[in-house]
Design a binder for this molecule. Sequence first.
Ligand code: 13P
Length: 253
Amino acid sequence: MRKNIIAGNWKMNLDYNEGVSLFSEIVNMVKDERKGDQLVVICPPYIHLNSLAKLGGAEVKIGSQNISDNESGAFTGEISAKMVKSTGAEYVIIGHSERREYFAESDELLAAKTKKALEHHLNPIFCIGETLDERNNGSYYEVLKKQLLHGLFSLTEADFSKITIAYEPIWAIGTGLTATPEQAQDIHAFIRSEIEANYGFNVADDTSILYGGSCNPKNANELFSQKDIDGGLIGGASLKSRDFTDIIRVFNS
Ligand code: 13P
């Protein structure tokens, strides 16, 4: 059975005290208000991983926003999968469009990072998504298929079954433009069919596919009620405890 997951991506926001304070609010609200069995994950900047993993307990899991593809050594400024795992974090976002674009991360590099995460028992949340141009010129199925093929489909079935996919149309990230529930469902069904073609029905049926891009308490319900949308990767709205927990709540309404 695939899991329903609400993950927050804090991006490069919140200093140490701000992070602890927001996270404590989120944990308390999740404890009080969560109905159902959604998995809640927060992906803060690295400085927060260890303290939040201790505070989160069983209620809220922690993930990092990136890892190195290298094991260890002279890579100034990088952080390894082993280090992230040692903080108590259990997840890692790989291939966010901001890393693909601003840090020139290629599909091949992302495939290496995914393998490194799995070696250290971190669960990858692997992001794919098309630009506005690719959406408008109709090449988006090809673009997404290539990201899946080169980033993920060389994994063994056992490894692939540990992957969560996030579909984040780049034109919807931080723009206030959201994919319509129909557009998102169409792509999620496409992603699931590509997984099925490579790994078979059972693996495809068990893979959680999250939607990300201007998701908020108002649009979450309609998005998450689509049959192939298993939750969300939330940016801006995860920086407000009320909005984030409202999104978790509507999931179940
Ligand atoms: P927004 O929710 O701010 O659009 O960001 C989405 C995102 O990039 C999550 O990873």
